[in-house]
Structures are given as structure tokens and as C-alpha cells.
Write a protein that binds this ligand. Structure first.
Ligand code: PMV
Ligand code: MG
Length: 358
């Protein structure tokens, strides 16, 4: 398991690198963390309004350190340089746009905003290969939460979600925003999506405050499983780009798929709440099957192998997210099963990136 970015390790890194960020003794940085996410069920279906998905928080963290400063200074360990707010920078564009939006929001709420220094660490990748656990979503949420913290502005998870989703949609993100919901709430959630086309129109026509205060029509419900089933994330090490996958698969989504997916997600929700393993098992397998049938590009060779191995051990397993690479997830009834699967995956180059309980 990779724990490079765990909260503890990041904190240690933080202490070791104390002087590197040039902070004087008097200036206090505030620290904020955001995690990652992985889809458990409902992929592609949740792209359609009112359809649902179950998404799990992944405790591999990004960290934001923020304090007031003379000028804006933004640094991310993804890149080895820092930028200000106004100079256009392709790589920092998402972060810069998030800051601008949150500044506007805070000003509208009566807060006088001023420049700050923000340092972001804990990239969700290794050797330039992203894990596929939602790094761009996590960085957006991190910026929103860091700024709220800087101004001691009391902000709900729901508003963090809306502000982050607002920025991403304005930038043309074609996702369901389920990732943002999970990361903002940092919990296992059921997410029922809203009408994004409708909201985009509102974004063009109405003020930021109006849009944020509006009822978007989504549902986010925190879920809790009363039993400890081991949740394993197998990483193929082959990054996939969700935006491209969505474009490729979108037209294959039909009514039958949507109905079946919604039924599976509803059953899985009940199975999780009841801690009923046979139901969870059946739902995972069925959801995997309909995703495989949806489009040939979803199950890459590596994901096929990952799933076949789990099937051999009779452990429910499926792709997670848009597929085509990245990760697969498995839910094991016992620790022994989890250990066996970890070993078998390892033989075929599948690494357990993360493990926790459902
Ligand atoms: O590949 P991921 O983990 O970003 O998940 C994408 C899930 C989709 O349903 C295919 C798209 C979305 O944004 O909901
Ligand atoms: Mg993905």
C-alpha cells in the first residue's frame, strides 16, 4: 500500500521543509487537507440528471498551507515553480480560477479579500503517472477550503461542493461532479446528479451568489456500512483520461442501461447500510457487467486481468470510474481474502494503491 501521501507523512514532510517555504517565526500558515475519491457504482449513468452513484473517499491527502502575504504566491509540488494570481499560466489555470471565484464569493459575502501565499503538496501520482483518484477535483476543493480557513469563514460541505463544481463547470469540465461531492464531504456517499445544462445556463445569466444559493437539485447522502469489509484499490499504473473516456462512451448510454444502473445503485445503497455482503457482492458484479457491455474501451487489458484474478478468488471486483486504465476496486469478505488477492494481483503487476474498510 502506498502511504506516501498520508496525513502523517505529509505532516512530517511539512516539518522537514519548514524553512523551504521561507516562513518567518511570526507568520502562521493554516493547514487544510483534502482526499481523493473512487467510484464504487453508477459510473456513466450518473452523467445523466437524477441518476445516482456511490462514491468512496480515499484517504490519500493533498495539503494546502495558506497565509496572508504581500502578493499572491501559489505553489504546487506538481510543478517546480510558483505563480501569482494574474499572470496566465496553463498549469495553474484551474487553481487561479478557483481563487478568483472564491474571492468574488467572499467579497459578495462582505469579506475584504487580500493576497496570500498558498503551498500545495501531496500530488496524487507517482513518476508522473496519476493514480486516477481525483487530483483535479481534490485541488479545487483544497483551494476553496484553504481560503475559507484563511478568512475563518464558516462554510458548509454543500457550499464547498457548489463553489468547486461551479468553477469546474465554468471551465468546461464534462463530468457529473460526483467526484467533487465525495471529496467535499470526505465520506462514502450516494450522489444523485443535477441538470448540468440547466445550471450552465444559470451560470451565464445570474450572479455568483444567486447560483450558489439556488437549489441545484442534487442529493448527497453520507453512507455508513456497519460491517468492516476490506476495500481494496488495485492500480494498473496506466493513466486514463476521464474527459476523453466520457466523450467516447457518452453516446452508448441508453435507457436500459440507466434503469439497470439505478436499480443496482439503489440496491447497493441498501446493502451497504444493512452491511449485507451477498447484496453488495451481487451489485458490484452486476454493475461491472453492465459497464463492460456499455462500451469496449471501458475494460482495458490491465483491468480485465485485475478483474479476472479477483473472479478466480470469487471476490467481487469491478473497474472504478471511467475505466480504460487507472484503478479497479474489490470488496473482500475477510482479511484473508484481501491478502490473497493482494498477492495474486502483485504477480500480475497490479499494485494495491490503497486499502481500507468500506
Ligand atoms: O474516472 P473517474 O474516477 O474520474 O470517474 C468517472 C466517472 C464517470 O461517471 C464516467 C464520469 C463522471 O464524472 O461521473
Ligand atoms: Mg479515472
Amino acid at each position: 500500500m502506498n502511504q506516501k501521501n498520508s496525513k502523517e507523512n505529509l505532516s512530517r514532510m511539512h516539518i522537514e521543509n519548514f524553512s523551504e517555504i521561507g516562513r518567518s517565526k511570526k507568520e502562521k500558515y493554516k493547514e487544510v487537507y483534502t482526499g481523493g475519491k473512487l467510484y464504487i457504482a453508477g459510473e456513466y449513468s450518473v452523467l445523466i440528471p437524477n441518476q445516482s452513484a456511490i462514491i468512496k473517499n480515499i484517504d490519500i491527502f493533498m495539503k494546502g498551507e495558506i497565509r496572508f502575504s504581500k502578493e499572491y504566491n501559489i505553489y504546487s509540488d506538481m510543478y517546480d515553480y510558483s505563480v501569482g494570481l494574474k499572470e496566465e499560466d496553463e498549469r495553474y489555470f484551474l487553481i487561479q480560477k478557483t481563487i478568483e471565484t472564491v474571492n468574488e464569493y467572499l467579497e459578495l459575502k462582505g469579506i475584504r479579500t487580500s493576497p496570500f501565499k498558498l503551498k500545495i503538496t501531496g500530488k496524487m501520482e507517482r513518476d508522473g503517472k496519476k493514480y486516477g483518484i481525483g487530483s483535479s477535483g481534490s485541488v479545487t476543493v483544497l483551494v476553496v477550503k484553504s481560503m475559507a480557513e484563511l478568512y475563518n469563514f464558516n462554510i458548509s460541505d454543500e457550499t464547498v461542493f457548489k463553489l468547486s463544481a461551479y468553477v469546474l463547470m465554468k471551465m468546461g469540465d464534462n463530468g457529473s461532479m460526483g467526484d467533487i461531492a465525495c471529496i467535499a464531504y470526505n465520506n462514502l456517499i450516494l450522489y444523485t446528479s443535477f441538470d448540468r445544462r440547466n445550471l450552465k445556463k444559470k451560470i451565464e445569466e445570474e450572479s455568483l451568489l444567486h447560483v450558489i444559493d439556488d437549489n441545484w437539485g442534487f442529493v448527497i447522502e453520507k453512507l455508513k456500512c456497519p460491517h468492516k469489509y476490506e476495500f481494496l484499490v488495485g492500480w494498473t499504473g496506466k493513466p486514463s483520461i476521464s474527459r476523453e473516456m466520457i466523450k467516447r462512451v457518452k453516446d452508448s448510454i441508453n435507457k436500459g442501461f440507466l434503469e439497470t444502473s439505478e436499480k443496482i445503485v439503489g440496491d447497493l445503497q441498501k446493502g451497504i447500510i444493512a452491511g449485507n455482503y451477498p447484496i453488495i457482492e451481487e451489485c458490484i458484479n452486476n454493475n461491472g457487467r453492465i459497464l463492460k457491455e456499455l462500451h469496449s474501451s471501458i475494460y482495458s487489458n490491465e483491468l480485465e486481468i485485475l478483474i479476472k484474478i479477483a473472479e478466480k478468488w470469487k471476490i467481487p471486483c469491478k473497474i472504478s470510474g471511467s475505466g480504460g486504465g487507472d484503478c479497479g476496486i474489490a470488496i473482500c469478505p475477510s482479511r484473508e481474502d484481501a491478502e490473497n488477492l493482494t498477492m495474486e494481483w502483485g504477480k500480475y503487476g497490479i499494485e494495491v494503491l490503497y486499502k481500507s474498510y468500506l
